[in-house]
Write a protein that binds this ligand. Sequence first.
Ligand SMILES: Cc1cc2nc3c(=O)[nH]c(=O)nc-3n(C[C@H](O)[C@H](O)[C@H](O)COP(=O)(O)OP(=O)(O)OC[C@H]3O[C@@H](n4cnc5c(N)ncnc54)[C@H](O)[C@@H]3O)c2cc1C
Length: 411
Amino acid sequence: MVNCQGPGTPDTIDVLVVGAGPGGSATAALLARQGYRVRLVDRAAFPRDKACSEYMSPETVRLLDGLGVVPALEAAGAMPLDGTAVTAPRGGRLLGRFIGAGAAYRATGLAVSRRVMDHALVKAARSAGAAVSERTAVEELLYDSGAVAGAVVRDADGRRHAVRARLTVGADGLRSVVARRIGRRRHGRLRRLAFVAHVEGVRDMEPVAELHVGRSGYVGLNRIGGGRTNVAVVVPADRGAEAKGRPEAFFLGALEAFPAVARRVAGGALARKVLATGPFAAWSGRIVADGAALVGDAADFFDPFTGEGIYSALRGAELLAASAGAALAGGGPVTAAGLAGYRRARRRAFAGKWAIERIIGYAMLCPPLFDRAVARIGRRPGMADTLIGVTGDLVPARRVLNPLFFARMLF
Ligand SMILES: Cc1cc2nc3c(=O)[nH]c(=O)nc-3n(C[C@H](O)[C@H](O)[C@H](O)COP(=O)(O)OP(=O)(O)OC[C@H]3O[C@@H](n4cnc5c(N)ncnc54)[C@H](O)[C@@H]3O)c2cc1C
């Protein structure tokens, strides 16, 4: 812990945002638009790759549109998605279409490389007036009378210096430094790893996201433009040792457990090195503190299956910008009490979704149950659209979290 004395110096900025993924760039853009002095730092240089299935529901696209980046994504070749198809271990299939789910901002989602999307979001933050420092890593937090007062960063030249801020936002992802300091991190029992490839020439791709569930893991497929398909294999974390130092070989081997997918991928070519990430299922018991708040994966991330991490990061940024904007307006210190509205708003926005993510995540551990549920949903008109609409934030979670839906799904 680094302590600093007294009230902010003239160099004290309003907001330091740590991490320029979707959560950080959106928070920086929205607070800069409100006229605050914002600095956004990331240890990476953009454009950079990110292990992700690169799927976005129509609601995610709506939030991206609010940040002004959708035309750039479409110009870069983002692919439209009509919905999501889930194949269960014994071959049962359900297809949920966004249009069937009802009131959407538009009928299609998008799939595009995170290399393109995250770069567009960083540019949006910069255009909104945030100062952006790339290749700049936060190493520790600064404190003033017990409140977070900024951070110590190591810049692109290797120099360490202090950035003092009235509010420090941890948007630094799954392994967040800020969350480790303030967030009371917790880990779930569902520990999984992902291996994500870009493959050229995958056969029989359609304009839907595909999820293929196996006996102990799953594969996601998404067309991301330029003739490439994102192929993500998710396996239990205890297989990590097998992959050490050989992610490509492990990825191709793990794919063999999904023969129908492996046949379509065979003959294609890896267009980028395979990125490995995990384990997931980590969240913060505390998302606001005096002088600090968490957003995106630094706040919580359970499992990639429902594909809404980007939505949560962007929607969380909107909720945080509303609450933090008001807390900053007073001119004094930003306290945890002043940010309590953010904590409450997150719970209202995400509680249903957190429950559904967990139900789906644990149901996959019981393949016969998963087979049965997919077969029933696939056969009954409208249920698949509702389920995919809920996971895509188009439809309220209560449409699935009710006894009738569960009864029809299982019996
Ligand atoms: C395998 C997989 C597949 C997924 N597929 C999807 C999908 O299809 N659709 C979807 O919506 N979501 C998906 N997700 C989830 C999604 O990727 C995340 O929820 C989303 O990226 C969260 O955004 P974020 O801004 O919180 O964090 P990130 O996108 O992780 O960004 C964090 C940033 O912080 C930076 N950083 C980290 N530490 C520091 C530091 N100390 N100092 C400075 N900078 C730092 C990093 O360089 C990074 O740029 C997937 C996740 C995984 C693991």
